[in-house]
Design a protein around this ligand. Structure first.
Ligand code: GCW
Length: 736
């Protein structure tokens, strides 16, 4: 190591200070010349960058943003005013003039008929907008053109204001607006798997943004920015703490801290929820049992709910992981999930709160296929849950794999509102360094047809309540947010947060359109940038499927931390935490037989779906090895044998990543150097790791197939033993 004397080190530091100062000056000058922001692009601003448009566009939009009329007498009204001022000032170089009434052509009038006499006079039909919807309309006020952003509530108006900004950010015309929007689900929440010591389970973006130690006294600006970002995409709730939770979160000290956050979020329409530990009555209540049918336990929860609402007005409710992966629950007392959920529901009901009861349950004492267990446990209780309970179901029956068929619970519990749980953090899709745009994965599940009530009974229709006429509906996303400057651990992971919010608002949106919006808002509206980047994003999740778990393989990652390939994992505390349990490779073939000849998990789907998945001749190839144990020489649609196809798919995934690198390298001049450099570096990591997944997986599976690689496919550069020996004791995000 080179050692510097103190004097030399100081001189070096001073030198680098000057260099830095020079660089800053240069950036500032460059900013003046190019109109680009002089600030370093570190990703903090997310999709709310509000950087100046080109002069031509600015002039056109300014004509629609001369005055801003909004009643800023309430916190939400102030949020609307501040966001529009800030956004339009940034984008157009000039903020609209605040006015009490629209008096000039080009005014923007925002509010409700109750807050704005001018909006009331327009007699707009707001009847279909509900409490959160809005209308954006080009109108005339006193004969002058204006833009109305009207809603039944201030929150609706706030959402409308963000929509208006989005139109400007994505270069849409404002001349003839007539946009009606209302969310299709009611509860649109992030689930933070954040512990009280700021460790984030499956978090790859640094420590938790909740600085519990400094709360409630210090609520830094980041919390407001969090609320702005979420409100801008329609998210209206946040569960602050991990589902693997400590009962401490429900003590008065921590409730006060949560209340401080709730106070920051309230103007933005974001309710605070907490994960509740089922055994809290024992741990912090001093009771001897947490039996949901015990009167003392019920009384304890009632009193706790009263206390929570006293401390956190407008609290949303509880999220519960019970009798799953070692968490306590009603089954510890011989009671059912419905008994447990209903006890909490009863305590929350007088306050208008809800329970989100997770269906992610499986038990190692149960020898049945893990994919079947949630259905087996929950379906018998359909119709037994209290009206303020949502059962929260992961998109697939195993666990957030790169690809899973839709969860068989969707469509199978008509009497119970089921909410969707997607994972935004990429526990199984390469952590923060792999570029994988997840909206196509979310949409694939939402568009899947359960056939519960005949063709067209899509998962989206289960989730939005339209299939069975449920009013209480929702979608949860396991957050990918941490204290990293760019929030999500990588620039492109911001897109997954954005897309989740947009799809929770409207599960029918097109993933490509969402990507297009996000790219324009986050990077640039230059079509020479937008088109290739959107194209690259759209195929990125399929590439992960290819290089990690093609053709329906699943759960083959490193034990515990879930980093990297480890299809050889076997033994240990439970079979369903091993890889061999899932791939079942042997001399004959590979895959989990879930057809009638195997675990018969297919029978949990409606008959047409069961028939399709259960038959080797009709199962979609992407689910082939999910549902069938297939001979190595099975003929695939391509004409290849299964073994050859498997190897080629791995390679296809690696090639896609190489292609993304080339695309991105070619865009260097079209994006700021800071973000370009980080994305480029991460793509290089992704390519290296994709190659590793391919090589390790092929080396391992070839010991079963005993077949040569297809012509031209390179042999893995290392022995299987080499890959098996790799250890990652400090990989981030592991469960604790
Ligand atoms: O995906 C798995 C994770 C666990 C997680 C669990 C769950 C919070 O590996 O870390 O625990 O699912 O969803 O409860």
């Amino acid at each position: 190591m080179v050692s510097l004397s103190h004097g030399a080190r100081d001189a070096a530091r001073a030198g680098s200070r000057w260099r830095r100062a020079g660089l800053l000056c240069l950036c500032w000058l460059a900013g003046l010349v190019t109109g680009l922001p002089a600030m370093a692009e570190d990703g903090y601003a997310l999709w709310l960058r509000y950087v100046p448009l080109d002069a031509g566009r600015q002039a056109a939009y300014r004509a629609h943003a001369t005055e801003l009329v909004v009643d800023a007498g309430t916190p939400t009204g102030r949020a609307i005013r501040d966001e529009l001022q800030r956004g339009l000032h940034g984008l157009l170089g000039r903020a609209p003039v605040p006015a009490a009434r629209a008096g000039r052509a080009g005014a923007i009038v925002v509010g409700t008929p109750a807050t704005s006499p001018q909006l009331a006079a327009l007699r707009l039909d707001l009847s279909a907008l509900g409490e959160e919807g809005y209308l954006l309309r080009s109108v005339r006020i006193d004969g002058r053109p204006a833009t109305a952003v009207a809603a039944n509530t201030e929150l609706g108006a706030l959402y409308g204001a963000f929509h208006l900004l989005r139109l400007v950010q994505t270069a849409q015309p404002l001349d003839a607006l007539d946009i009606h929007q209302a969310p299709k689900t009611r509860v649109r929440v992030l689930n933070h798997w954040d512990n009280l010591d700021r460790y984030v389970e499956r978090g790859y973006a640094g420590e938790s943004i909740w600085d519990w130690h400094k709360l409630p006294d210090w609520t830094g600006p980041r919390y407001t920015d969090y609320a702005r970002a979420n409100a801008s995409i329609g998210i209206n709730g946040t569960v602050l703490n991990n589902v693997n939770t400590s009962a401490q979160s429900l003590t008065p000290m921590y409730l006060e801290k949560a209340a401080a956050l709730a106070g920051v979020f309230r103007p933005y329409g974001i309710k605070v929820y907490l994960s509740a530990r089922f055994s809290a009555p024992i741990e912090i209540g001093g009771l001897e049992t947490a039996d949901p049918l015990d009167p003392a336990v019920r009384a304890w929860w009632k009193a706790k709910a009263d206390e929570v609402y006293r401390i956190i007005p407008g609290f949303g409710g509880f999220l519960v992981k019970a009798n799953s992966e070692g968490q306590p629950g009603p089954q510890d007392y011989g009671r059912s999930h419905a008994d447990g959920a209903n006890m909490l529901a009863e305590a929350l009901a007088p306050h208008g709160g809800i329970v989100m009861w997770r269906a992610f349950v499986y038990s190692h004492e149960e020898p049945d296929d893990r994919a079947k267990q949630a259905y087996t446990e929950f379906v018998p209780h359909d119709g037994r849950f209290a009206p303020n309970v949502l059962v929260q179901v992961k998109n697939g029956a195993i666990d957030f794999q790169p690809r899973e068929p839709f969860h068989p619970l969707f469509g199978a519990m008509p009497e119970t509102p089921l909410m969707m749980e997607f994972q935004i953090t990429k526990e199984y899709l390469g952590f923060a360094t792999h570029l994988a745009y997840l909206a196509p994965m979310y949409a694939e599940t939402l568009r899947a047809d359960t056939h519960a009530r005949g063709p067209g009974s899509t998962v989206a229709r289960v989730v939005d309540g339209s299939l069975e006429g449920h009013q209480l509906t929702g979608m949860a996303g396991v957050a990918n947010i941490g204290s990293d400057r760019n929030w999500s651990g990588s620039h492109f992971d911001q897109a997954n947060w954005f897309a989740f919010g947009r799809l929770a608002w409207d599960p029918y949106l097109d993933p490509e359109a969402i990507a297009r919006e996000w790219v324009k808002m986050t990077f640039s509206t230059d079509p020479g940038f937008v088109d290739p980047v959107v194209a690259m994003m759209m195929g990125s999740r399929e590439a992960v499927v290819d290089y990690m778990t093609p053709l329906g393989l699943h759960h083959l990652m490193g034990r515990g931390h879930h980093y990297g390939p480890a299809p050889w994992v076997e033994g240990g505390p439970r079979a369903d935490w091993t890889s061999v349990y899932y791939h079942r490779a042997d001399a004959k073939g590979i895959g989990f037989d879930r057809s009638a000849s195997g675990s018969n998990a297919v029978a949990q789907y409606a008959p047409p779906v069961a028939a399709q998945f259960g038959d080797l001749a009709t199962v979609p190839e992407e689910f082939l090895l999910w549902f069938h144990h297939v001979p190595w020489d099975h003929r695939m649609a391509s004409g290849n044998t299964l073994w050859d196809e498997l190897v080629l798919r791995y390679g296809r995934g690696v090639d896609y990543v190489a292609g993304m690198r080339r695309t991105w390298d070619g865009l260097a001049g079209k994006v700021d150097p800071e973000r370009h450099a980080q994305v480029a570096a991460f793509l290089a990591i992704q390519e290296k790791e994709a190659q590793w997944w391919r090589d390790a997986s092929i080396a391992y599976f070839q010991t079963f197939s005993k077949r040569p690689l297809p012509a031209g496919e390179p042999a893995p550069p290392h022995s299987l033993a080499y890959y098996q020996a790799l250890q990652f004791p400090f990989a981030p995000g592991d469960g604790k």
